[in-house]
Design a protein around this ligand. Sequence first.
Ligand code: NDP
Length: 268
Amino acid sequence: MPAAENPTVAVMDAVFAHHGLNARYINCEVAPEALGSAVRGALAMGFIGFNCSLPHKVKVIEFLDELAPSASIIGAVNCVVIKDGRLIGENTDGKGFVESLRTVVDPAGKDLVIFGAGGAARAIAVESALAGASHITIVNTTASRGHDLVDRINANTPAEATLVHWDHTIKIPGTTEIVVNATSVGLFPDIDARLNIDANTLLPSMVVADVIPNPPRTRLLADAADRGCTTLDGMGMLVNQGRVAIKLWTGVDVDGQIMRRKLEELFA
Ligand code: NDP
């Protein structure tokens, strides 16, 4: 995709310009076999850091000097910070989610149900656990992936995690305070896709969050809003993971509203 059409580049350019930051964000396709050379290239060219996305989030770790604590538990890196010639792996997805969540509720002491056990779910579950969540139920169709995530949480965080194998329609327990869709269900163009859950078990006391940024109002969020839940869309997570990355690279706290407006323009 040409750089000008890449949403991440457009959003970063907009916020760098707004704050007068002397920085550029470029988008590069890197083949798996070239990943090590690309990382060394970024270091050689004096980059302050870079993001990496699928399929490089796990493989990139072997080319880094150190991992931030949460990235180490998550086992994946989406953001690398280059400081004093050292490559430090971070994961800003979960941090971005928690920042977004805190605009409506603090996860500390809360009971969460998270659908999914992929990269987004791992980041969200680990950061929520590190932010003080008391219990996390992971619901996933592939049981082995779910077990892996539950084991990571129980072994490395103070939270307690359990797994529900998603081979039936899920009724969300009434004691749940935060419900998160961290699967790819509902992502454009499959916007009519619904999670296999009993939507009547969503209660007004619950905060219902979705990772899907496009479209921001997913079927899940529409169903939740109809039942009086507080809802949180995936654009907030997307904006905040970018804000966290810019802060790590430059030390500057940028305005998320500029980023959100640009995203809304692009996804309209
Ligand atoms: P992964 O491929 O790592 O994981 C996908 C997850 O979705 C798995 O748990 C998978 O289950 C589950 N899943 C897929 N289809 C279904 C289905 N029909 N029913 C039930 N579960 C299903 O992807 P990521 O975790 O990296 O990304 C997931 C979503 O999160 C994407 O849509 C992505 O756009 C979004 N995302 C949003 C971000 C944001 O900032 N807003 C940041 C990062 C991701 P199983 O394990 O059984 O295969």
